[in-house]
Design a protein around this ligand. Sequence first.
Ligand code: ASP
Length: 332
Amino acid sequence: MNKKIMILNTGGTLSSVMKDNGLAPGLTAENLQKQLHMVSQGTDLSMMDLFSLDSANIFPEDWALLAEKIASLKDEYDGIVVIHGTDTMAYTSSMLSFMLQNIDIPVVITGSQLSMANPIADAMENCRCAIHMAASGIPGVYTAFNRKVMLGCRTSKVRSMSFDAFDSINCPNVAQISSLGMEINKQVVPVKSDIFHLENNFSNNVFMLKMFPGIHRSMLRSIREMGYEGLYIEAYGLGGLPFVNHDISGVLQELVEDGMTVVVGTQVRYEGSNLSVYETGQRALESGVLQAYDMTSEAAITKLMWVLGKTKDPKQIRDYFNVSLCGEVNIL
Ligand code: ASP
């Protein structure tokens, strides 16, 4: 029997057309469905328009709606594909990985660098890969792009123009399409650890900061004074932060003592952080910050939002950051 696949369209380049002010989403699910029958062999495709947004316009409330929609559809379909703009796709796929943990069908997010309306686009190929993965019967939240399937919570946009726009960061691809077909790497597939229930609460009171030589300590205090409850810092290298002439670690201690959750990772894309190696990291750890280890920044900030949407208890927050929930982190 054919697998039943639902495609949810949220917009992005894949469904864009040229308008007076530049490229903007314009193709509807109906337009897309006419094209997608070419890559839908062996599946019964249904399509639904959810949003029609350039993904720069996607905000956390949209993630909550999207997750709710997927949860409400999951029992009727064998798999769900989400068409999404590439600019914030890694944030959405990370957050969906947390909100839809333990889901029992594949949810595959895809998009493209050129519109489906363009005859030389990557759109069709990416949809083919996403539909194939959605029909695979392998549950989890994934991103499909340029003939690779990645864990949603490990994906980052690494190229702004090339078709190979996404990498799986610090984690092998889940699957690759080659002349051998779709080869699945079973070791990367997420392991279901509980029954599924939708967990789409989040905190919007989080801030993300990239460390740079010259940052003012007062900036960090201002973030807290503005009412933010969580801060994710992209620190240097293995997670180093200044403490000599400009004592950033000291300010972080004040923030943590004041009840703020501070998570420290690295601005280096590959191989992650480990704050216990250098004094610049150890001092930050002593000030009470949590480690992001090898998480992408997209996963770290969305995990922070998700965790703070579940609990405000510092001990529980720490516990959540000391485990991998859906394959987002390797804890050292
Ligand atoms: N600006 C577009 C978006 O993120 C880019 C794309 O989809 O490739 O919606």
